[in-house]
Write a protein that binds this ligand. Structure first.
Ligand code: ZN
Length: 229
């Protein structure tokens, strides 16, 4: 579920639609939570789909750590990629604003976090644009993403959180541990595709063992996930 102070807005001919803030959204705000209305498709299910449905999933879905494809039920599926993303996901089923968003600012993800199976050329036009976004990015940039998340994480308790009731009870307990001691914040590596295995990158709260975990495993291509509408 996407933050209530957002709306779908046309960005430009190249990008299509995007998700923008309609009010000030401060850093540390939970901007999206995976909830039970989001649809989850196993790799086998995707294989049995028509080409039309596969293309919709390729455009608007993303791969989770189990290799399932997730299709968000609301306008969260239109969130675009940016190499300077305003929202990132620590190792819980939600995303966090990693900087303040003013009304009209776009909520963006880094698709490098989304278990890409192939690369795509980026059109985000940010000064630090990486040019090409691909499967290796998840490992290559995880420390930087975790750094941004650790700066935002303690603010979770200090800003309005309209989506807090949607966060799972299991995640709430783990988040409170992370707020008390930010070194226990679960790494973004938690979301790395693990081919159905328990991801050894995070085998306990806050414990992180570096590993190479590039997205492989099923036919989903999230390169254009939630992109032009
Ligand atoms: Zn870029």
């Amino acid at each position: 579920m996407i933050h209530p102070d957002t709306e779908l807005r046309y960005v430009n001919d190249l990008i299509g639609y995007g998700v923008v803030a309609t009010r000030h959204i401060p850093r540390g705000t939970i901007t999206w939570v995976r909830d039970n209305l989001d649809q989850t498709f196993s790799p086998d299910h995707v294989l049995r789909m028509s080409e039309h449905c596969k293309q919709v999933l390729e455009k608007y879905g993303y791969a989770d750590r189990r290799g399932d494809t997730i299709l968000c039920w609301d306008h969260a599926r239109f969130m675009n990629h940016s190499c300077e993303a305003s929202c990132l996901s620590p190792g819980y089923d939600f995303e966090l604003a990693v900087r303040d968003l003013a009304p009209g600012d776009e909520l963006t993800d880094d698709y490098g976090t989304l278990n890409l199976e192939s690369s795509f050329l980026c059109a985000c036009a940010r000064p630090n644009c990486r040019g090409e976004i691909g499967p290796a990015d998840s490992s290559r940039h995880a420390d930087r993403w975790d750094g941004l998340l650790r700066e935002a994480f303690p603010s979770i308790r200090q800003v309005a959180q309209p989506l807090w009731p949607v966060v799972s009870e299991k995640d709430k307990d783990a988040v409170l541990l992370g707020i008390a001691d930010v070194t226990r914040m679960r790494s973004c590596r938690f979301h790395h595709l693990s081919n159905g295995q328990v991801n050894p990158a995070v085998c306990d709260e806050g414990l992180r063992i570096d590993m190479e975990s590039n997205g492989k495993g099923h036919s989903h291509d999230a390169a254009t996930r939630r992109s032009a509408g």
